[in-house]
Ligand binder design. Structure first.
Ligand code: PMP
Length: 389
C-alpha cells in the first residue's frame, strides 16, 4: 500500500538532526553535542503549577485559542519585553510548541504555487510544511552575508509568487541575530507589499549581548507579520509543548480554524504551568542565559584556537549553537561528523541537515554541561590536529 501514500509526504526526508541523534544512540560512550534543547530542568515552581493543575482536575479541553489568562500573560510578556502590542482575545493562539505554531501559520497562508523565502542554512522544520501545503521553499543563500537575511538578498529572490518570508533570529543553526539596522531594511523593503513575514523568535530570550528586537515592533509591520514564540527554550519546557502565535486579528481568526481542526487546544495541564511561567514575576531565562553565555564564550574560544573558524570573526549572538566551517579539511560535513564520531566519540550535526547551504559546516550545540563541553573540545582538538588544516 505504500505506493498510495501522498507523494509529497513520501518525498519528505527524516531530519538530519534526528538521524544523527539515532546514530549516536548506538555509540554509548559518545559525547553528544547534537541536541537543540536546554539541559536545565523546568523551573520547580512551573512543575508545581503543572502538578496542581492535575490535582485540581484541570484536565479538560480549554478554549481553542488557549486559556484567556495564558493568552493575556503571553501578550503582556511580549509587550513588556519586546514592545509588541497584541490583543489577547483576538490575536494570540496557544499552540503545541512553536512547531505547531509554524504549522498552522504556514497552512493558513500558503497554498499551491506560493513561494516562501527561507534563509539557508536553516532549521529543517519549515520546508516539509511548505511542501505539504503545495508551496515551494526558495532558499536565500546567506553564506556570503555572515548568515544574515539582508534586504538585498531578499529583494533578489522576490517574485509575484512570493507569499511569505521566514526570518529566524536568533538562528538555528548559526546563532546569528538580525541587527536593528537589518530588520529596519527588511521592513523597508517589504512594508506594504503583499508578502507575509513569519518571524520565528523561539530563541528570543537567549540573546546574549543586546536586547532582542522583533520585526513586528517596527512601524507598520504588525499588519503583515506573524510572530512565532513559545516556552520551549526560554523556560526549558520542550516537553510541555507550549508555543504561541501573535498575528493581526484578521489573520489569526483563520489560523484558529486550522488550529481547532488540528489539535483542538494545547494541553490544559501545560497551559496552567505556562501561566505560572509567565506570571510568577521571575525571569527564569536569566540564570540559564548567563550559563549559556559562559559556555558560548568557552566553546567559541576553543574553536578559534583549534582552528575551526566561524563564518564571521565575531561570536554568534544568540541561541545555543555554533556553526563553524570545516571546509578546510577536504571532507563533506557528513564525512567530518562521521569520522569525528568514529574516531573520537564526539557527535555534532553535519551542516547539510540545515539545507544544502549548510554543507561545509557543522552545528555544535552548547546546551550541555561545561564538563561535557571541555571533554568534547579536548577530543575535537585531537581530531583536528590529526586531520591537519
Ligand atoms: N523553530 C526553531 C528555529 C527551532 O529550533 C525549534 C526547535 N528546535 C522550533 C521552532 C520548534 O520549537 P518547539 O519545541 O517549541 O516546537
Amino acid at each position: 500500500m505504500e505506493h498510495l501514500v501522498n507523494s509529497e509526504v513520501k518525498q519528505i526526508q527524516i531530519s538530519g538532526i534526528r538521524k544523527m541523534s539515532n546514530l549516536v544512540a548506538t555509540y554509548p560512550d559518545a559525547l553528544t553535542l547534537t541536541i537543540g534543547q536546554p539541559d536545565f530542568p523546568t523551573p520547580a515552581h512551573i512543575v508545581e503549577a503543572g502538578k496542581r493543575a492535575l490535582d485540581e482536575n484541570r484536565t479538560l479541553y480549554t478554549a481553542n485559542a488557549g486559556l484567556p489568562q495564558l493568552r493575556k500573560a503571553a501578550a503582556d510578556f511580549v509587550s513588556g519585553k519586546y514592545g509588541l502590542s497584541y490583543d489577547p482575545e483576538q490575536e494570540v493562539i496557544v499552540t503545541a510548541g512553536a512547531s505547531q505554531a509554524l504549522d498552522i501559520t504556514l497552512r493558513t497562508i500558503i497554498g499551491p504555487g506560493c513561494e516562501v523565502l527561507i534563509p539557508g542554512p536553516i532549521y529543517p522544520g519549515y520546508e516539509p510544511i511548505i511542501r505539504m501545503c503545495g508551496g515551494t521553499s526558495v532558499y536565500v543563500d546567506t553564506r556570503q552575508s555572515g548568515f544574515q537575511m539582508t534586504a538585498e538578498l531578499i529583494a533578489a529572490k522576490l517574485t509575484e509568487r512570493t507569499r511569505a518570508i521566514i526570518l529566524c533570529y536568533p538562528s538555528n543553526p548559526t546563532g546569528r541575530v538580525m541587527s536593528e539596522n537589518q530588520l529596519t531594511q527588511v521592513a523597508e523593503l517589504l512594508r506594504g507589499k503583499p508578502v507575509f513575514i513569519i518571524s520565528d523568535e523561539i530563541y528570543s530570550e537567549l540573546v546574549y549581548d543586546q536586547p532582542h528586537r522583533s520585526i513586528a515592533a517596527l512601524p507598520g509591520m504588525k499588519e503583515q507579520t506573524i510572530v512565532i514564540n513559545g516556552l520551549s527554550k526560554s523556560h526549558s519546557m520542550t516537553g510541555w509543548r507550549i508555543g504561541f502565535t501573535f498575528a493581526p486579528a484578521s489573520i489569526s481568526k483563520h489560523m484558529l480554524k486550522v488550529h481547532q481542526y488540528n489539535v483542538t487546544c494545547a494541553s490544559s495541564i501545560s497551559q496552567y504551568a505556562a501561566i505560572e511561567a509567565l506570571t510568577a514575576g521571575r525571569d527564569d531565562a536569566e540564570p540559564m542565559k548567563r550559563e549559556y553565555k559562559a559556555r558560548r564564550d568557552f566553546v567559541y574560544d576553543r574553536l578559534m584556537r583549534i582552528g575551526l573558524k566561524a563564518e564571521k570573526p565575531e561570536k554568534p549572538e544568540g541561541a545555543f549553537y555554533l556553526f563553524p566551517s570545516i571546509g578546510q579539511f577536504g571532507l563533506s560535513s557528513q564525512q567530518f561528523a562521521m569520522k569525528l564520531l568514529d574516531e573520537e566519540r564526539v557527535a555534532v550535526v553535519p551542516g547539510d541537515a540545515f539545507s544544502e547551504y549548510g554543507e561545509g559546516y557543522v552545528r555544535i550545540s552548547y546546551a550541555y554541561s561545561m564538563d561535557v563541553l571541555k571533554k568534547a573540545m579536548d577530543r575535537l582538538e585531537k581530531f583536528v590536529s590529526r586531520l591537519g588544516s
